[in-house]
Design a protein around this ligand. Structure first.
Ligand code: UDP
Ligand code: LCN
Length: 797
């Protein structure tokens, strides 16, 4: 690329020089991809130099994510393909181009922000520690880490077994529960012994009835060296024996995955979700409280079911336990977040356990604290949480799952101390949500404390044994957009830290495991037998009724379809933007009413600054555009069943769901609406880009071009008027998409299999991981802790 570009520049010096002058004349020191491309095409058109549009330079500009300019230099970071980066610099006067390191590029960027960049700030580079770990090379493999590890391990195993490697043997010996060993005992001394025992075992078992239980054959099998865990019935035990025998003979990645998933390893799981209001009722829509809560509550139900079924199949009688650790909030309003323990409905043994945040002197913090300010409390929280978990389980958990930046940090601290497999789930990494959140972190520090958050993210994502994401784009983005994790690979926070290699998205720790929509609640509107028609009077009143304390606007023409949106009232969700699009599009106003469920209508009822600002903006838009007869805003939280029926109630009215966010990491509302059969228009920034196939199972809209988005929606309704089957086609497309791709059952199976395989991988590579672990510990103590301590506020008097 560089050679071609250099030759091109040499041959077209004049044109290139005047183009760069033009960039310079914009007066901007930093230009984003779209700014650069717009200037470039304008230049080509104005100078009638269309050949430039087809040149290596055009290619480089089209793939540049950011340009930094200070005369006589222009620095570019070029991303020719997903997750591949080149850093280039161009000298205007000398007309030279060369490739520089990430560190040099970041240093140059720092000079735009601070007059004294100082080359000697802390440089974070994880590459040297990860040198010995296998990495994938193909972009299409990203997010399929476990398949890669299995393939890799099976080929290594073949080689190592031939040399007498005993890793599998020692791994089989470490499992047990409550003092009872599983899988094999000391009668089996080595690999030859294991192979021999498997043969003898199978010879013995074929003479037994298929449905005989482990208990009935256990005394013979135990004498051969086998312990419980191979299966409940003889047919299953034979199957497990032959799987292992095959692996030992000729390792194969499919068999390996299947066998590891059968080993009894997971009985207790701890899930961390400290911030927000974590409860089962009355919480959704409160600040910091949305999809993560829904996700975890659905996740634990599915996990418990799958764990129980696996344990049963393994022939064991152990009741699995899951503990969700969250924050206890003494001032909990009308939620249950002030209760230390709550059983999760629909489960046998899943509990929400709440632990308070405490100040330095140990006093309980009574009030809710924004997710941006939780950092000083997490270490104390983690210690108390650990004691609580050990007291409840009486043993270490088998898996710790962190959620979001704060939960992931606590999970890291606990997993490191306890030596347990750690999984992290980001839900949403804030870094990509806010433009220049790293470069201009100092300006945002007071409100967001990204210094703590991004450092915590780096620590947790590198400490995790495996990371699960809801989509591919969450890891590595798309051709045009940088992935959320990818954005941590190189970035700088001037004056604080320059991250030259923060995460490698080719690491096999990444796995895409998409969540689902609770099929008991979000099912198609056409599934009439299951419909909750008893709720329709309440819905009539909510949607079409008169004014009520928690609402604004009363719909005058009730025959029109509705466009509906529901989300937390954060700036990023862009609901006020949607109101503006609607207000400014006469066709849309003519064709539809707008229904919004978000936040609270009275700003005095909100403790969150960002939410308050949005509430005021919403009122201003109603006033400015006279929307009270066409827009209904409900500032309330609906019970889950009511929400489910509302989506269907709106589908009955041939309505649509709109998700207008500036960025949406995944978007559970999107799959809920789609599962109900509502045609859905959702942001092209983030998860919905991958969830929806444009024009088939919904539509992509660009939140930065509201006029176009409003036209796309208006066009849809115009077409549906003359061609009602168009609505049905989209509705069916949406339902099919969710049913085939987003289910919790599939999720639970996959997550448990991953846990087994990464558990083995952790066992196999434990020593090698120590370097990374030590580096991260240092980062935690020397960098994170002082940052967090500095933002601790004195306790409220
Ligand atoms: N939700 C709700 N009421 C609200 C806002 C949200 O019930 O006022 C639910 C919604 O049904 C979905 C979740 O909260 O299940 C929001 O998840 P999503 O992934 O769309 O967004 P997040 O809030 O996590 O950013
Ligand atoms: C957080 C978000 O912002 C959403 O996009 C996700 O759907 C939700 O968490 C669940 O993962």
């Amino acid at each position: 690329m560089i050679d071609n570009l250099m030759d091109y520049i040499q041959d077209n010096r004049d044109a290139v020089y005047s183009l760069f002058r033009r960039f310079q004349e914009t007066g901007k020191n930093l230009m984003l991809r779209t700014d650069l491309w717009d200037e470039f095409t304008l230049y080509c058109n104005e100078t009638d130099n269309t050949s430039l549009l087809d040149s290596p330079l055009a290619e480089a500009i089209a793939h540049t994510q950011e340009a930094a300019l200070v005369s006589p230099w222009l620095y570019l970071d070029v991303r020719p393909r997903v997750a591949h980066w080149h850093y280039l610099r161009f000298h205007f006067e000398a007309m030279t181009l060369d490739e520089v390191s990430a560190s040099q590029f970041l240093f140059f960027k720092e000079s735009l922000v601070t007059s004294d960049p100082g080359f000697r700030i802390l440089e974070i580079d994880l590459t040297p520690f990860e040198r010995h770990f296998p990495k994938m090379t193909q972009t299409r493999s990203i997010g399929h880490g476990v398949e890669f590890l299995n393939r890799r391990f099976s080929s290594r195993l073949g080689h190592d077994l031939a040399k007498g490697d005993e890793l599998i043997l020692s791994f089989l010996k470490v499992h047990g529960y409550g003092g009872i060993p599983f899988m094999i005992n000391d009668t089996i001394k080595n690999m030859t012994g294991l192979q021999q025992a498997l043969r003898t075992g199978m010879d013995f078992l074929v003479g037994q009835p298929d449905d005989a239980t482990w208990q009935e054959v256990s005394s013979s099998l135990q004498a051969m060296g086998f312990e419980p865990g191979w299966g409940r019935r003889v047919d299953r035990i034979i199957d497990s024996f032959s799987l292992l025998a095959d692996i030992l003979e000729a390792p194969d990645h499919g068999a390996l995955e299947q066998f590891f998933s059968r080993i009894p390893m997971i009985f207790n799981i701890v899930i961390l979700s400290p911030h927000g209001y974590f409860g089962q009722e009355n919480v959704l829509g409160l600040p910091d409280t949305g999809g993560q809560v829904v996700y975890i509550l659905d996740q634990v139900r599915a996990l418990e079911k799958e764990m129980r079924s696996r344990i049963y199949e393994q022939g064991l009688d152990i009741e699995p336990q899951i503990i969700i650790l969250t924050r206890l909030l003494p001032e909990a309003g009308d939620t249950t977040c002030n209760q230390p323990e709550e059983k999760v409905s629909g489960t046998k043994n899943v509990k929400i356990v709440r632990i308070p945040f405490r100040s330095k002197d140990g006093a309980v913090i009574p009030q809710w604290i924004s997710r941006f300010e939780v950092w000083p409390y997490l270490e104390r929280f983690s210690l108390e949480a650990e004691r609580e978990v050990m007291a409840r389980l009486g043993r270490r958990p088998d898996l710790i799952i962190g959620n979001y930046s704060d939960g992931n940090l606590v999970a890291t601290l606990m997993a490191l101390r306890l030596g347990v497999t750690q999984c992290t789930i980001a839900h949403a990494l804030e870094k990509t949500k806010y433009l220049y959140s790293a470069l201009y972190w100092q300006e945002m520090e007071e409100q967001y404390h990204f210094s703590c958050q991004f450092t915590a993210d780096l620590i947790a994502m590198n400490a995790a044994d495996f990371i699960i994401t809801s989509t591919y784009q969450e890891i590595a983005g798309s051709d045009n957009m940088v992935g959320q994790y990818e954005s941590y690979s190189a970035f700088t926070m001037p004056g604080l830290q320059r991250v030259v290699s923060g995460i490698n998205v080719f690491d096999p720790k990444f796995n895409i495991v998409s969540p689902g929509a609770d099929a008991e609640v979000y099912f198609p509107y056409s599934d009439t037998e299951r419909r909750l028609t008893g709720l329709h009077t309440e819905l009539d009143d909510l949607v079409f009724g008169g004014g009520r304390a928690e609402s604004r606007g009363v719909l005058v023409d009730q025959d029109k379809p509705l466009i509906f949106s529901m989300a937390r009232l954060d700036h990023i969700k862009n609901l006020t933007g949607l109101v503006e699009w609607y207000a400014g599009n006469p066709r849309l106003r003519e064709q539809t009413n707008l229904l919004l469920i978000c936040g609270t209508v009275n700003p005095d009822n909100s403790a969150d600054n960002e939410e308050r600002a949005q509430i005021l903006r919403m009122h201003a838009l109603f006033d400015e555009h006279g929307l009270d007869g066409q827009v209904r805003w409900l500032g309330m939280r609906l019970d889950k069943n009511l929400t489910g029926e509302l989506y269907r109630y709106l589908a009955d009215r041939r309505s649509a769901f709109i998700q207008p966010a500036f960025f949406e990491a995944f978007g559970l509302t999107v799959i809920e609406a789609m599962a109900s059969g509502l045609p859905t228009f959702a942001t092209s920034y983030g998860g919905p880009l991958e969830i929806i196939e444009n024009g088939v199972s919904g539509f992509h809209i660009n939140p930065n071009h509201g006029d176009q988005a409003a036209d796309i929606i208006a066009d849809f309704f115009s077409r549906c008027e003359s061609e009602p089957e168009h609505w049905h086609a989209l509705s069916e497309g949406a339902i099919n998409r969710v049913q085939s791709h987003y289910t919790w059952k599939r999720y639970a199976k996959r997550l448990l299999s991953l846990t087994c395989i990464y558990g083995f991988w952790k066992f196999a590579t434990n020593l090698d991981r120590q370097e990374t672990s030590r580096y991260l510990e240092m980062l935690y103590h020397l960098q994170f802790r002082p940052l967090a301590a500095a933002i601790e506020k004195p306790p409220r008097q």
